[in-house]
Design a protein around this ligand. Sequence first.
Ligand SMILES: NC(=O)c1ccc[n+]([C@@H]2O[C@H](COP(=O)([O-])OP(=O)(O)OC[C@H]3O[C@@H](n4cnc5c(N)ncnc54)[C@H](O)[C@@H]3O)[C@@H](O)[C@H]2O)c1
Length: 437
Amino acid sequence: MPTPVDIAPARGRLGVLLVGLGAVSTTFIAGVIAIRKGLAKPIGSLTQMGHIRLGKRTEGRSPMISEVVPLAGLDDLVFGGWDIFSEDCYSAAKTAGVLEPALLEKVRPELEKIRPWPAVFDQHYVKRLDGPNVKKGKTKRDLAEQVMADIQKFKKDNDLDRLVMIWAGSTEIYMTESEVHQSMASFERGLEANDPAIPPSMVYAYAAIREGIPYANAAPNLSADIPALVELASHTKSPLAGKDMKTGQTLIKTIIAPGLKARLLGVTGWYSTNILGNRDGEVLDDPESFKTKEETKKSALDYIFQPHLYPDLYKDLCHVVRINYYPPRGDNKEGWDNIDLVGWLGYPMQLKINFLCRDSILAAPIVLDVALFLDLAKRAGMSGIQEWLSFYFKAPVHAPNLYPEHDLFIQLMKLKNTLRYFKGEDLITHLGREYYD
Ligand SMILES: NC(=O)c1ccc[n+]([C@@H]2O[C@H](COP(=O)([O-])OP(=O)(O)OC[C@H]3O[C@@H](n4cnc5c(N)ncnc54)[C@H](O)[C@@H]3O)[C@@H](O)[C@H]2O)c1
């Protein structure tokens, strides 16, 4: 058997730092508190409900993941965060309108205690938003230092052993890598010089990574996925994950597409449209923020279908993604997908999917799992990009010389094999010849 990885125990309390206390964050926090109180079940969370097979199928060993690797317990989580609005977490959850008032009342005292610290914010990067709870600083470096001071104070006040940070703030405008992102030295000069290529999300990411804290980006904007911050993460031993949580339509897309591809059914068109009425929808109504989202939403199919290997099946695929802001629906998104398929001898078929989902209900368990797994990765001595967490993201961060893995089932296998690797268990290849020899 392989040797297990030396993993420090999950002793003490884990601080979960959330940038943006909006619909996703408040649904996550209120949910964890409700689950702690036995009011609800952690449905959708692999760390809380998932099992993992170990060894051969004949051994009958399928313990819970939480029994196999040392994860922080829900009782040990302490929440803190930043937002441009100063309302406490209870009021923010009410504004978000995701959870029923009756449930929110039951967790109200705990939520009211969580008040956001002033944010690093600049409307240039999120056009449809403005708020009063914002830090002042001469340079972006000053702002990063203020974020680090918030983190240290939170750690001391709550007697925390470890921390993780998750960006669950609004989607920033579309940006691509530039000179200032290429090395740690140029990035730090850029912080001093207030370089416009450094948005607030990078300021937070820099602060976390400087402190050796794992960082995940739940949104699609460019953040820690730049060479400078990956370089810093390897110095400070900070695990990184992202980006853009795979929840509604893209989750379904990466479930359906690998199935069609497995049967070598051609696809000529995939039209995806959404109506969404929450603040996220409002921000995404701005073309610059939508462009960021569109990029991550569109990338999955190209990688799954591999049109360069299967030109007859996927070369001419017309893939269109639309999001329309439609207030009456609030957080309850409706997505429609029309898929134009081609079968034997080129005969056309159609598949229609109408998903009436709840965005933040799908996102909250992902935030929980990513926080717990990043903390595990840190205690296991891993740093930099954590490809095994691709399972949770629409546009998985990856090494520059690799293409990202989008197929949900390969992603799950990768995640579970990483857990087996941590424990020194045999990796599962699904070859299975030994049962018949
Ligand atoms: N819900 C999902 O299924 C899902 C899936 C993938 C990605 N996302 C992304 O997650 C993010 C959060 O989604 P949401 O539904 O909670 O949105 P939301 O609008 O309800 O919450 C975002 C919060 O971030 C705050 N914010 C914005 N900029 C900030 C900054 N610089 N510092 C601190 N706070 C800031 C806003 O004031 C707001 O309260 C969005 O970027 C969204 O695109 C959501």
